[in-house]
Write a protein that binds this ligand. Structure first.
Ligand code: ADP
Ligand code: MG
Length: 226
């Protein structure tokens, strides 16, 4: 049923700039993220992965067409709360401890400091980061930082988790650990998961794949098969 879809693009396109220097980052696209989705968004650098992910997150608006969240609600109801975004690269706030970073969106959403801290510690425990809860971001590894970003996403009990190249700056082992955590977070929250990546070893961990090329969604395969 279409009203169960977590996110849906209908003819959604995005052009940056205007006139002769305009860049068409995403051609008109029809796609839908169903409940329980475990989806890899793959394609070379510049193919439009971040653009599509940001549209699905409601962080950006299409230049043409529409994006909607039938099972969730209007764009202003997405964050903080039902839609969690894990950005490419470092996203923890440097002056806050790891636990404070994870707790912050909960506090912004109205939780008390004590409740937010308790939930943050629980989420950090799930991603095996209990022992770095009181450290600053600069004191932990890149892999730990991406796992902390996943914990921050998980703590809000999202319906949809969108991760943009979450393993892009990590080695294979740390990257695999982040994918483990994202899959576990999505299972635990009962959330849909979309992970953009150009790493085939990440993509093959996810059962479905969308392939982007030059801003065009060229293939939606039911299963990852090679
Ligand atoms: P990917 O995430 O697959 O690397 P992006 O979605 O970031 O691709 O970019 C798609 C295209 O849009 C690229 O050609 C990129 O240079 C361009 N682009 C992305 N963001 C902007 C922006 N803010 N302003 C102008 N062009 C942009
Ligand atoms: Mg990108």
């Amino acid at each position: 049923m279409s009203d169960e879809l977590l996110a849906r693009c209908e003819g959604a396109a995005r052009t940056y700039g205007s006139g002769p220097t305009a860049t068409v980052a995403l051609q008109p696209t029809d796609c839908a993220v169903a409940p329980g989705a475990r989806l890899a968004l793959v394609g070379p650098s510049g193919s439009g992965k971040t653009t599509l992910l940001h549209l699905l997150a409601g962080l950006d608006e299409p230049s043409l067409g529409t994006v909607s969240w039938p099972a969730i609600g209007a764009r202003d109801a997405l964050r903080p709360g039902p839609v969690a975004v894990i950005f490419q690269g470092p996203s923890l706030l440097p002056p806050l401890t790891v636990a404070e970073n994870v707790a912050l969106p909960l506090v912004l959403a109205g939780a008390t400091d004590a409740d937010a801290h308790a939930t943050a510690l629980e989420a950090l425990s799930l991603v095996d980061l209990d022992d770095v809860a009181d450290k600053l971001p600069e004191e932990i590894s890149g892999g730990q930082a991406q796992r902390a970003a996943a914990a921050r996403a998980l703590a809000g009990r999202p319906r949809l988790i969108l991760a943009d190249e979450p393993t892009g700056q990590l080695d294979r082992v740390a990257g695999a650990g982040v994918v483990d955590v994202l899959l576990a977070a999505a299972d635990r929250a009962g959330a849909g998961l979309v992970v953009s990546t150009h790493d085939p070893t990440v993509a093959e961990r996810l059962p479905d794949v969308w392939q982007l090329h030059g801003g065009r969604l060229v293939a939606e395969e039911a299963s990852w098969s090679r």
